[in-house]
Design a protein around this ligand. Structure first.
Ligand code: ATP
Length: 286
């Protein structure tokens, strides 16, 4: 169960007395007055903070009900020390604003969860807000039931809920981790499209072992100097998408665009990365 004393925009109770007018509750209408139904859609959405008129009205109605509930609960708070009424069994958890204890009713022995919020850190209004939101939501079958018992002690405010003794739901939720496929079942990733196109093949059998020297008709890997093919055989790849190589260029003139991957092969890398890119072989300036 979440404590809502944190100043979240939607749930934080405004700092006004319990009997403050309804306009001070969350979901109140803006000071410009009620929004007219005939306003244009854009300006309506801006004025309502992204809510539809219907959603805004529902929010205002819920705020009114909550305000009434808080006013009634303030009048019916039990003023007592917790240990007069309940026996502490063990702590159930610790939240940011207080602790939750497993207690039993001293006379009936009923087990209950008691959420205790220390007064120095919790205002009466903040406590009532937490208590009443819990009461409202607790009717849902998937949310811990809150009992309508609020206690004011010298040092704390407390309220009681149904105890959940099988642990925190969060402990049962597995983080989303990608399941590892056993190595023997793994399918090798297809090579980069350019490898296929530059080698003129549609399967990736050529990825294992040295690149084939045979040029294709579509994209020859070699010019008359044999330069491009030579670079490929020596395991050279480049980072950029295209590069113009002029016939007759000595290998040294390729410059820093080219990175040797020979070292990978020498270090026993099982599959030297063959990252051929489309080469553009042109005649150089005369
Ligand atoms: N009814 C309950 N039954 C069993 N354990 C509970 C119950 N309510 C709370 N707890 C345990 O106590 C812990 C603290 O609960 P609490 O409601 O104070 O804070 P929270 O909702 O976890 O966080 P926050 O401090 O932000 O409100 C929970 O994480 C949970 O482990």
């Amino acid at each position: 169960m979440k404590s809502s004393l944190e100043p979240t925009p939607a749930l934080t109770p405004p700092s006004c007395p319990i009997n403050a007018p309804l306009t001070e509750m969350p979901g109140k209408q803006s000071e410009e007055g009620p929004v007219e139904a005939g306003a244009s859609e854009d300006s309506e959405e801006e004025g309502l903070g992204g809510l539809t008129l219907e959603e805004l009205q529902q929010g205002q109605e819920a705020a009114r009900v909550l305000e009434d509930m808080m006013a009634l609960s303030a009048q019916t708070l039990v003023r007592a020390e917790v240990d007069e009424l309940y026996e502490e069994v063990r702590p159930l958890g610790q939240g940011r604003y207080g602790r939750v204890l497993l207690v039993t009713h001293r006379q009936k022995g009923t087990p209950l969860a008691l959420k205790q919020l220390p007064k120095p850190r919790t205002s009466l209004r903040g406590f009532l807000y937490e208590f009443c939101v819990g009461l409202s939501l607790g009717v849902h079958s998937a949310i811990v039931t809150a009992y309508g018992i609020g206690i004011e002690s010298a040092q704390s405010y407390s309220f009681l809920t149904e105890p959940v003794l099988h642990g925190d739901l969060m402990a049962f939720i597995q983080p989303k981790v990608r399941r590892q496929t056993p190595r023997r079942l793994r399918v090798p990733l297809p090579p980069h499209r350019n490898v296929l196109s530059s080698l003129g093949r549609r399967n990736h059998s050529h990825c294992v072992g040295p690149p084939r020297a045979s040029p294709t008709r579509r994209r020859p890997l070699t010019g008359p100097t044999g330069l491009v093919e030579l670079l490929g055989l020596f395991g050279v790849h480049r980072h950029h998408r295209t590069h113009t190589i002029h016939y007759g260029d000595p290998p040294g003139s390729i410059g820093s665009h080219w990175t040797p991957i020979k070292s990978q092969a020498l270090q026993g890398h099982p599959r030297p990365r063959l990252t051929y890119r489309p080469y553009r072989v042109t005649r150089g300036p005369a």
